[in-house]
Design a protein around this ligand. Structure first.
Ligand SMILES: Nc1ncnc2c1ncn2[C@@H]1O[C@H](COP(=O)(O)OP(=O)(O)OP(=O)(O)O)[C@@H](O)[C@H]1O
Length: 484
């Protein structure tokens, strides 16, 4: 068994980091009733989302049913598992059954004809605790997203990974040099699964793991790109930048973005300009390459970006460099998320207005925004918008947040009331049923009453008869004038 699986945390207390998120999960589970909204746990891969859901179930002594993207996750299937009784009464003695919908951002992919809204309805009615797990919160359908309580899991800083790696080493009975552990933790970029797997790969067949074992075993592109960028910027001395570049498993345009992202602002403006000029020339060669499909030109791009920038940086004292992935990528991923959100909103509006998303965007977005500003509550209710989506239309994040919050609260209290009413109705129906059950006894009693009544009547009649007889007798026994 690989170590990532072998050392999967079994209890919440064994998980590293994200303490506040774990506390919220535990609180949710302890206070769970059929009225509690399901959870969405979201965040980067390999940081403990799935493990925490399993660990929670273990801590609560709940059974687990996990539905992955490969399973058929139709409305019918989820309904079958999540519906039914609120307690399992299972053979294992578990009181509840935690349903885990992993990769929930892919839920609609294989949904049945009812689609996401139907699944949302099933989730709303679920009689068992339910946790949805996703990498991208906005990959989830809006209706489903708005139904759930959201908990974010964040990637962990390298320093919090090292103790966990050390713990695994001691459990495996191996020694690992601290710089090697630091190296692994740095390279993992907050992904614990990747850190544990790297440690496993470095330690195969060894009792001791040194720094060299890590760099040899980790053919991870990020480790060499860090080296390459550090060497290009003059923080590290290497014999040949070109040779080092050959070992990097990245295309030249990615390397260029890494160098540009870590260039920073140099105090000497002339040097700054020269570095950017080298990058710009390299970029031109990349353009020629893609235009002509003549990949020999890559070499020119590489030489220009590596040696061009290195030449400017000459004389920098070597030492520690904090090399980071280009901020442009982070901005791009935020922009991508916003784009996804916008597209989803336009398609929702388009469906209700019977037109394409493009028409809504190009022609009607302005009047729709004005309407949304006038009637924000109706928009949120009709389209199940969350605060971010409403904000796209009304451009007022605080107002959007407060409107969505108040509607959520209203919805919750309404649902509570409905459930209360339903419970009352159920109780009344139950009472009626028990009354009906006891009715035949009453009938029996009544019929037996009738029988006694008739018996009494009979007795009465008999008595009357006997009375008349007696009377007759009396009469007959009485002496009359005729007897004499
Ligand atoms: N917080 C953590 N503490 C300890 N180990 C962890 C933690 N997070 C992840 N791991 C290790 O990584 C492995 C994978 O974790 P898990 O499946 O929970 O990640 P995930 O966030 O759900 O990833 P994905 O989104 O890819 O499913 C675990 O088996 C465990 O070995």
């Amino acid at each position: 068994m690989d170590w990532a699986e072998k050392y999967r945390p079994r209890h919440l207390s064994e998980l590293v980091g994200n303490r506040e998120s774990l506390r919220q999960m535990s609180e949710w589970a302890r206070q769970w009733t059929t009225e509690t909204p399901p959870l969405i746990i979201y965040g980067k891969p390999g940081i403990g989302k799935t493990s925490s859901a399993w660990a929670l179930a273990n801590d609560m002594n709940w059974e687990v049913v996990e539905l992955n993207a490969s399973d058929q996750r139709t409305k019918g299937v989820i309904e079958k598992i999540a519906g039914g009784s609120a307690s399992t009464g299972s053979l294992s003695g578990a009181f509840r059954k935690l349903i885990i919908l992993d990769e929930a951002d892919n839920l609609q992919g294989n949904a049945d004809r009812g689609g996401a809204r139907a699944i949302a309805e099933v989730i709303r009615q679920a009689k068992q605790p339910l946790i949805l797990i996703a990498n991208d919160l906005y990959g989830l359908d809006g209706t489903i997203r708005n139904l759930c309580t959201k908990i974010q899991f964040k990637a962990l800083p390298a320093k919090s990974l090292v103790p966990r790696l050390r713990e695994i080493c001691s459990m495996e009975g191996i020694t690992c040099a601290l710089p090697a552990l630091n190296d692994i933790a740095e390279q993992a970029s907050g992904d614990i699964r990747s850190a544990v797997t790297m440690l496993y790969a470095s330690a195969i067949g060894k009792d001791k793991v040194g720094e060299d074992d890590v760099s040899i075993s980790s053919k991870d592109s990020r480790s060499t790109i860090f080296d390459l960028v550090a060497a290009t910027l003059g923080y590290r001395q290497v014999t040949s930048l070109q040779d080092l570049n050959m070992t990097v498993d990245e295309t030249p345009d990615t390397v260029l973005q890494w160098i540009e992202g870590n260039l920073g602002v140099l105090p000497d403006t002339k040097k700054n300009a020269a570095a950017y000029q080298a990058l710009s020339r390299a970029d031109m060669y990349l353009g020629y390459t893609y235009k002509t499909q003549y990949y020999t030109l890559w070499r020119y791009a590489n030489i220009l970006m590596l040696y061009g920038v290195h030449d400017v940086m000459k004389g920098r004292p070597s030492g520690y460099a904090k090399i980071m992935p280009p901020t442009r990528w982070r901005q791009m991923s935020t922009a991508k998320r916003q784009k996804l959100m916008r597209e989803h909103l336009l398609s929702q509006l388009g469906i209700s207005m019977h037109m394409s998303s493009a028409s809504v965007r190009n022609i009607y977005l302005c009047p729709v925004s004005l309407l949304a500003r006038q009637f924000p509550q109706s928009f949120v209710k009709d389209y199940s918008f969350d605060a971010d989506q409403l904000n796209i239309l009304i451009h007022d994040p605080d107002l959007a947040k407060s409107i969505v919050k108040s509607i959520d609260e209203e919805k919750k209290s309404l649902e509570k009331e409905l459930k209360k009413k339903k419970k009352e109705e159920e109780a009344l129906a139950k009472k009626n049923r028990t009354l009906k059950k006891t009715e035949p006894d009453i009938k029996v009693q009544l019929s037996s009453c009738n029988e006694t009544d008739s018996a009494l009547v009979m007795i009465d009649d008999n008595e009357k008869e006997s009375e008349t007889n007696v009377n007759k007798d009396k009469k007959s026994s009485q002496s009359t004038l005729f007897n004499f």
